[in-house]
Design a protein around this ligand. Sequence first.
Ligand code: GDP
Length: 529
Amino acid sequence: MSQNVLASAAGVAAQAGRRRTFAVISHPDAGKSTMTEALALHARVIGQAGAVHGKGDRKGVVSDWMAMEQQRGISVTSAALQFSYRDTVINLLDTPGHADFSEDTYRVLTAVDSAVMLLDAAKGLEPQTLKLFEVCRQRQIPVMTFINKWDRPGHDALALLDEIEQRIGLRPTPLTWPVGVAGHFRGVVDRRTGRFIRMERSPGGSDLAIEEEMDADEAARRYGADWDTAAEELDLLAMTGADHDQKTFLAATSTPVLFGAAVANLGVRQLLNLLVELAPPPAAARPTVAGTDQPVDGPFSGFVFKIQANMNRAHRDQVAFMRICSGRFERGMIVKHGVTGRPFTTKYAQQIFGQGRDTIDEAFPGDVVGLVNATALGIGDTLYTETPVQYPPLPSFPPEHFAVVRTSDTSAFKRFRRGIEQLDGEGVVQVLRSEQRGDQAPVLAAVGPMQFEVATYRLEAEFGVQVKLDHLPYEVAARTDAAGREILRTESNVEVMTRVRDDALLALFPHRWRLRTVAGRHPDLRLDE
Ligand code: GDP
């Protein structure tokens, strides 16, 4: 190996080590967008030399993205935001929620190295957070917890920790502890130093928080009863051993916890520091299908975790978002497509929402690159340069919406079929085959209803097929097997269908309680949710 290659491998390893690639998992309204802006604001303000106390205009952060969106024709809501903080490059991948919640939201979690679970202090764990957390648990993604909206009345801090431990089984290890109940937030104690950090919203709230550090005696003098309560709680935490442990955090069995208020930038600096100091960089080696590990400093490789088709007929382009796993990516380099081995030029690679407006021409493990007009690429596809690499296919996630799709135009049936295959291949929806309905009427399955809209639109716009959807009254799918299918024939309100993508047998139930009743009646029945 030449000196050059060695040097560049070392360079890649160093660049990968500087990356933190994460997503925020939360329920709508917990404050994800506010937190995203606060993080970017913080990084930007700090990034401007000598401007720590300078003017940080939150609107500015947003409008930068919007300008980029217009310039590049890519939606802000569905990509990655990159910024640097201290000597670290932070990639924050968006997890669309609200009406946009879809299989893509889950897939984003296949492309991160850690996650921040953002909770509303008044609401605790909410359904969408739990669903996203479940994916983190399955993939053993380390989770940090930020308890938000501490400037408002909410639950008791200890009760929130209990809820995390009881409901999701993660051991909470607070790094900071709030002084003043939710609604009378004075600041936090840094549990590692024992010092108090007074926090105050800057006038107007759009600038960095004002912070002042002091020792415990000074804090006790100033904050009397609030301090005493916090001190008692801290003693309790110390007794229960709720201290940060890097090993269990990385093994995804404990979660460091921070308190703050994103809207006032309180606790945001602490979150950034947590990301830099404790969150993991891209793994040193990534398992491949061949059973070998691809080293992070080896030749270039990456995989596609999201495809976004432009819904506008006039510019029907398609962006494939790729997460880099190893090596250095350079715009214009020829990469090979894992499935076909065909070369693929990356002339139109874009580092979506890179810092500044210039196209960034190189990227490293942990970074996300948008490949424009990459119509040959599908979800989960691997790209590589030198030795062939194939990463495991992305998992399918449990669908919750089901609809039979039909076309009444018999002359369009071939196109209909091709369209359905294409959408299945791209991961737009899952396609199920139902014995009962036959090939003419496949069943579409989705995590969020927006996936149906996209599918219908694309069947019409790209394949010229008018389709009709009939929604089915199921909400829960569980994996079963051939024996299970036979057992389930005796049950009403349950159907077993085959998922075309992986031949998995899915049992569909109208509600979870129905699934539980059926499971209770047949102890040997395989039902994996
Ligand atoms: P998302 O749906 O999770 O992206 O939530 P948003 O960031 O849009 O926030 C939802 C609402 O909560 C907005 O009205 C925010 O201003 C508000 N919000 C976000 N963070 C905080 C916070 O720390 N304190 C308070 N009081 N409100 C907040």
